[in-house]
Ligand binder design. Structure first.
Ligand SMILES: Nc1nc2c(ncn2[C@@H]2O[C@H](COP(=O)(O)OP(=O)(O)OP(=O)(O)O)[C@@H](O)[C@H]2O)c(=O)[nH]1
Ligand SMILES: [Mg+2]
Length: 205
């Protein structure tokens, strides 16, 4: 049994999953986290996150999901690094209704991939949330093109094999390429169950 398998098995036994929720400011991270909590634990008002907050919810009465929600304002981004340790799932949040900020989001994500290339997608699974889907018009083909473009662009950035981060197992390289995309509205609740499933599937991989 490989080391990774042993670590995964231990996590299943511990029933603890650590998720790091990051992405640009105002993309809706805290609103998503709030929506993932049981109704009686939700806050009525979400304000911009200064620093970070940790929230926990349970799936299937079995798994404790710890969500590390870190503020996305420019001045806070250098600190994202500090929260990576022991992260099982990286949840990257994008405001899909705001194309003017897509490039900023890509470049921040690229920075993370470069700095943590030997971890992200390796022992840390990636879920990309395309949030605020409620603000897009369903019938508009341009919107579905925008979404497909984003998904393709992000997926491609994970497929690039950087010489420094080259891994020698085909199995591991394949794992690097698995990125889940979830279209979500933290306001309407669409996609929230899909986020829970994606988190859960991480520990059974
Ligand atoms: N329409 C719509 N608005 C949303 C959605 N998710 C969040 N918002 C709004 O977007 C704004 C920012 O949400 P936050 O959850 O504070 O964003 P954040 O990413 O945590 O921001 P920082 O903590 O500053 O990094 C708030 O006004 C939310 O109500 C969504 O799915 N749809
Ligand atoms: Mg926040």
């Amino acid at each position: 049994m490989g080391l990774l398998t042993i670590i995964k098995k231990q996590k299943q036994k511990d029933k603890e999953v650590r998720c790091l929720v990051i992405g640009l400011d105002n993309s809706g991270k805290s609103t998503i986290v709030n929506r993932l909590l049981p109704e009686d634990e939700r806050e009525d008002k979400i304000t911009p996150t200064i620093g970070f907050q940790i929230k926990t919810f349970t799936i299937d009465n079995t798994f404790n999901i710890n969500l590390w929600d870190v503020g996305g304002q420019n001045s806070l981004r250098p600190f994202w690094e500090n929260y990576f340790n022991k992260t099982d799932v990286l949840i990257w949040c994008i405001d899909i209704s705001l194309p003017v900020r897509f490039n900023e989001s890509f470049s921040e994500l690229q920075n993370l991939i470069v700095k943590n290339g030997d971890r992200i997608g390796y022992d840390c699974h990636v879920v990309v949330i395309l949030n605020k889907i409620d603000l897009l018009d369903d019938d508009d083909m341009t919107n579905s093109d925008i979404i497909l473009n984003i998904e393709e662009k992000i997926q491609n950035s994970f497929n690039i094999e950087n010489g420094d981060n080259m891994l020698n197992s085909i199995d591991i390289i394949n794992k690097r390429r698995e990125v889940d995309f979830i279209r979500c509205s933290a306001i309407s609740g669409e996609g929230i169950d899909a986020i829970k499933e994606a988190i859960l599937s991480q520990i059974s991989r």
